[in-house]
Design a protein around this ligand. Sequence first.
Ligand code: AMP
Length: 137
Amino acid sequence: MEKTLSIIKPDAVKKGVIGKIIDRFESNNLRVAGMKKIQLSRADAEAFYAVHKERGFFGELVDFMISGPVVVIALEGEDAMTKNRELMGATNPKEAKPGTIRADFADSIDANAVHGSDSVENAAVEIAFFFSQRELS
Ligand code: AMP
């Protein structure tokens, strides 16, 4: 069984669609292995997105990710990483296929509702960033 990390971003938490997004996962055979609602510090967000620190959008991305609480979720299932990315849709919601989470709940490339790990290797690193072993089952 593969694991991946999802983050329900501040825009989607503010809209009150946490449950609707989790339903997309559970209805598509992705099980919640771990979950918590947290307020990221600036240091947390900068460390989590360190790979993007040279990109022009880094500052806005960090500001956005600390603008309110997020829900971090470790998902588990067959092909969990790829399946989650299919369910999310394209990074830019204007390009996301109808029926995807971003097409249905996101407003802009910054406020794009969800994050999903982009490889199985990164998923392991990202899950370890947020969860201790005892928080995963
Ligand atoms: P990720 O690719 O998921 O590691 O995270 C990058 C995040 O940065 C995306 O999910 C977007 O919310 C945000 N972002 C803002 N501008 C851009 C851009 N031009 N290209 C890619 N991501 C962007």
